[in-house]
Design a binder for this molecule. Structure first.
Ligand code: ZN
Length: 359
């Protein structure tokens, strides 16, 4: 016989009553109240912690019951079933399962949802946005990492012309232009801006044995542009950062890290393979063996390895040169696998028909 407070739904007056369940009906008795309602017409609120439970009647009246145990005993005796939510709340197994499901949903969103959203958004961003982002990224890089190129105008013009003359492998290939820079800090390197410009460093030009090798790297970077890899990485990285920022509430630091994010982007194996395939297709479409790119990659690896050896003997602890080499290779992992694939792509080259020697 749980005690309850009864409100008639018209006045604020509280009636101290006793409730009981009899023959499928709820009885409310006391303080001038005498009421009998079929249980099926009474809405019983779910149990939520220690909050009083409400028994609501169709005419707007209700009872508040604080004695949960007595109410449940009375209801159970009458065959009333707990609501699904309540039963789930009170089962630790269900609670643990709910936690697991939430964690699983968060993981799926992180692992697949964000990348998918990034892919869809990156492919649809208006050119003005990627142009602006590219400008601000290049400005930031110019301040910290890059110096003006030391290549003479003639050499630059020749490379730009050669690069622009490359046929894209398919319709809608990324349009190509080169931003020449030098960077002793970054060493032999090249990277694409989201709008399709490729930053080419003097150090890479110096390392290359021929221009085809340079075009190979540039074509690889165009592959990243074609598939919007840079933009996707940026969006993916900033999606997480944005969530954290919303948590912490500081947007300025996020905006400041965006350009650095592009430079340090570690493309996934899939992105690299895609960019390599694009490069190989570009080179093949222009009669250049894809192994030219492999040659350059191999030289990068050799330089890095000899740099590591030298560093062991270096008494001055001078790390210049080695750290630079690592940056291109670390942003382009699994190099030996890539070299092999590119060399195999040479077989797709049409048989030479009076091609100029030297290619
Ligand atoms: Zn790459």
């Amino acid at each position: 016989m749980p005690a309850a407070a009864y409100y008639d739904g018209r006045t604020a007056r509280r009636h101290e009553v006793q409730i009981s369940v009899e023959g499928g009906a709820l009885l409310v008795l006391g303080d001038g109240i005498q009421r009998r309602e079929p249980l099926s017409a009474v809405r019983v609120s779910e149990r939520l912690g220690q909050a009083p439970r409400l028994l609501s009647f169709s005419d707007g009246a209700h009872c508040e019951v604080r004695d949960h145990a007595a109410l449940e005993a009375a209801l159970a005796a009458a065959g009333h079933r707990q609501g699904l939510v309540e039963r789930l709340q009170r089962s630790w197994r269900a609670a643990a399962l709910a936690v697991l499901l939430c964690a699983g949903a968060a993981f799926i969103a992180y692992r697949w949802g964000i990348p998918l959203a990034a892919q869809l958004i990156a492919a649809r961003l208006p050119p003005a946005v990627s142009r602006q982002l590219s400008d601000s990224t290049l400005q930031a890089l110019d301040k910290i990492w890059l110096e003006p190129t030391k290549l003479d105008a003639q050499r630059r013009a020749a490379l730009s012309r050669g690069f622009a003359r490359l046929h894209p492998p398919a319709e809608g290939g990324a349009s190509a232009s080169i931003e020449f820079r030098s960077s002793p800090k970054l060493g032999p390197n090249a990277f694409a801006l989201p709008d399709g410009r490729v930053v080419l460093l003097d150090q890479l030009v110096t390392l290359a044995a021929n221009d085809d090798e340079i075009y190979g790297v540039l074509a690889h970077e165009l592959g990243h542009v074609h598939y919007h890899h840079g933009m996707r990485m940026l969006l993916q990285g900033s999606a997480v950062a944005l969530l954290l920022t919303a948590w912490v509430g500081d947007v300025s630091t996020l905006l400041a890290t965006l350009p650095a994010g592009l430079l340090q982007a570690h493309y996934s194996r899939d992105f690299e393979a895609q960019a390599d395939d694009y490069a190989a297709a570009t080179l093949l479409a222009n009669g250049i063996p894809p192994s030219r790119l492999a040659d350059l990659l191999q030289r990068l690896v050799a330089q890095r390895d000899s740099g590591n050896k030298d560093r062991g003997k270096d008494k001055d602890g001078n790390k210049d040169g080695d750290g630079e080499m690592r940056s291109y290779l670390s942003s382009h992992p699994a190099t030996s696998e890539r070299i092999l694939r590119l060399r195999q792509a040479d077989r797709l080259l049409p048989p030479p028909q009076g091609l100029s020697p030297g290619r």
